[in-house]
Design a binder for this molecule. Structure first.
Ligand code: CP
Length: 311
């Protein structure tokens, strides 16, 4: 089994067959992670650098754990402790690291397209760990893995993506993936946080009404307001946003069914989700984080070029 692309730059470039292979491989690695000894030799002698030019908790730790579970050699790079602060370019930084015989690069960057730029200039396989407002492909893969695990299927499921759609790479990658796999998608939020032509461009439903959206969906994937990516006022206040689009217990109890609550993290408790929703039995937020390790093991393994006979 192999993927149609050498890199994972975005879900947009993957075929439905690629997505199925990754999700199936992740199921096998999830089984490995339930064993007393969670480590396999699959990527022994493969060296991977984690280049994080932007803050991260979940993605950075999850990639590092996935790499170590696969027995890869791991190098971690953070901007603040590097020569980037002395003016070194992205390309010079990466070429210097690669000259030390690095095989794969995991990169997060605040500039949309940064991993695509690198892919044109370096020979190593690149995995996008989030680029600006463009894509966060492994988040979308772990989200779909978690939906499939909870609901039992992807095709025909109704998924609502709620919140700041405009500035969210998680929303964009999720929409690409869910639509490729036959999922019905509605995006919901204030009109100023939903791109104008998203319905035609990405074939999703648009709703500005939270209650109606929750009544429609099987799964609500709730997003944080990305204040750090907004350079103008797009809603009156966080309090008013929360009153119109925050999900609370009373609202969930008023629905005629139990829906699944997801969130990629970090959560702003009391804004998009109340604590008694985020921590409820309907929430699979921590399962998403757990599944992230197996999904990233699958991506790293499939892009490494290794096959089972190498072990
Ligand atoms: N979901 C996600 O990307 O979280 P981090 O920013 O903590 O990696």
């Amino acid at each position: 089994m192999s993927l149609s692309s050498k890199h994972l730059l975005g879900i947009r470039d993957l075929t439905p067959a690629d997505i199925s292979i990754i999700l199936k491989t992740a199921t096998q690695f999830k089984e490995v992670l339930q064993r007393p000894i969670k480590k396999v030799p699959s990527l022994r002698d493969v060296t991977i650098v984690n280049l994080f030019f932007e803050n991260s908790t979940r993605t950075r730790i999850s990639f590092e754990l996935a790499e170590r579970r696969l027995s890869a050699d791991v190098i971690n790079f953070t901007t603040s402790a590097s020569s980037v602060s002395k003016g070194e370019t992205l390309l010079d930084t990466v070429n210097n690291i690669l000259s030390m015989k690095v095989d794969m690069v995991v990169m997060r960057h605040s500039a949309s397209g940064a991993p695509h730029f690198l892919a044109q200039h370096i020979p190593a396989a690149i995995i996008n760990a989030g680029d600006g407002i463009n894509e966060h492909p492994t988040q979308a893969l772990l989200d779909s893995f978690s939906i499939s695990e909870k609901i039992g299927k992807l095709k025909g499921t109704k998924v609502a993506i709620i919140g700041d759609i405009m500035h969210s790479r998680v929303a964009q990658s999720n929409i690409y993936l869910l639509k490729k796999m036959g999922v019905e998608v509605t995006v919901c939020g204030p009109p100023t946080l939903i791109p104008k032509y998203i319905s035609q461009a990405l074939n999703v439903n648009v709703s500005y009404n939270l209650k109606e959206t929750l009544e429609w969906c099987d799964v609500a994937n709730v997003l944080r307001i990305q204040l750090e990516r907004q350079n103008q006022v797009l809603f009156s206040s966080l309090r008013e946003y929360s009153l119109a689009y925050g999900i609370n217990r009373r609202m969930l109890d008023s629905l005629k069914k139990d829906i699944v609550i997801m969130h990629p993290g970090p959560i702003n408790r009391g804004v998009e989700l109340d604590s008694d929703v985020a921590d409820s039995r309907q929430s699979i937020i921590l399962q998403q984080v757990e599944n992230g390790v197996a999904v990233r093991m699958a991506v790293l393994y499939l892009l490494s070029g290794r096959n089972p006979s190498d072990n």
